[in-house]
Design a protein around this ligand. Structure first.
Ligand code: NAD
Ligand code: ZN
Length: 230
């Protein structure tokens, strides 16, 4: 199983992709939802009720993630753009794929580094850390993290772009996702139906493991290093 035998690759990544960078995963050992009650921090109701409380949590996450650098796995994916058509479809909100140099990234769940104002439609992108000015520069309503929270719907165009890339690819590699968050978890099926070679990278067995032709039971950086070998 080597990259050189394929042309169009889609990487479908989850929290485990960034684990070697030191970003905590949601589930599993050290998972962030074990520490925090997400209902109090990551949903629209919580934000409507107490935006500053929600921002406290997101600033805490900005602090952790902002101190993390892309790992060798992110770098290998970015470098592949020199020789392959590469699309990254990620559930991560940490921006580490882009920081490593990937240019074709679909962020299904938004980004910790993007803000939007639901009052006037203003948007902002930046890695201020922590975010101190919590108010929209145009209308002074609270900025909202441009993240898909629990109960939010996914951006339709993102889903369409992801589906298109998955239909066209000849290799689809899932990395570090437990495959339990829908509708994202259903996307790899599109590639399978279109006849792509299916690879899973995860040190643990997942609900989705049976979907795949090849399973690397190891970390993202190790599996990617192996696949880039001669
Ligand atoms: P998850 O936490 O549910 O699952 C992480 C998976 O990664 C597990 O199956 C685990 O076995 C695997 N893993 C752990 N270390 C790994 C490594 N070194 N290499 C490869 N795999 C490894 O995460 P998920 O499936 O992405 O779904 C959770 C949701 O949490 C997503 O919606 C995502 O938006 C969000 N999230 C994002 C981040 C981030 O931006 N980095 C972090 C946590 C959660
Ligand atoms: Zn505004």
């Amino acid at each position: 199983m080597r990259f050189k035998d394929f042309e169009r690759i889609v990487f479908f990544t989850g929290a485990g992709m960034s684990a070697e960078s030191g970003v905590p995963t949601y589930r599993g050992a050290g998972g962030i939802w074990r520490e925090y009650d997400y209902r109090a921090y990551a949903c629209q109701d919580a934000f409507n009720h107490d935006p500053e409380h929600v921002w406290e949590f997101h600033n805490y996450r900005r602090g952790i993630v902002g101190a993390c650098a892309p790992n060798r796995g992110h770098e290998i994916i970015a470098e592949l753009e020199a020789t392959h058509h590469v699309t990254v479809v990620t559930q991560n909100i940490d921006g580490l794929h882009q920081l490593a140099g990937s240019t074709n990234v679909i962020e299904l769940h938004g980004s910790l580094w993007r803000l939007r104002c639901d009052h006037c439609g203003n948007r902002h992108r930046g890695r201020e850390n922590p975010l101190e000015e919590l108010h929209c520069t145009a209308c002074h309503s609270y900025w909202r993290p441009d993240i898909v929270w629990f109960g939010d719907t996914l951006n339709f165009e993102n889903i369409q772009d992801a589906q298109h890339a998955l239909q066209e690819c000849d290799l689809m590699i899932s990395i570090g996702t437990s495959g339990v968050v829908y509708p994202a978890a259903a996307l790899p099926m599109v590639a399978k139906r279109s006849g792509a070679r299916m690879v899973e990278v995860n040190p643990e067995l997942t609900d989705m493991s049976v979907l795949y032709d090849v399973n690397f039971r190891t970390t993202a950086s190790e599996a990617l290093t192996e696949m880039s070998g001669a």
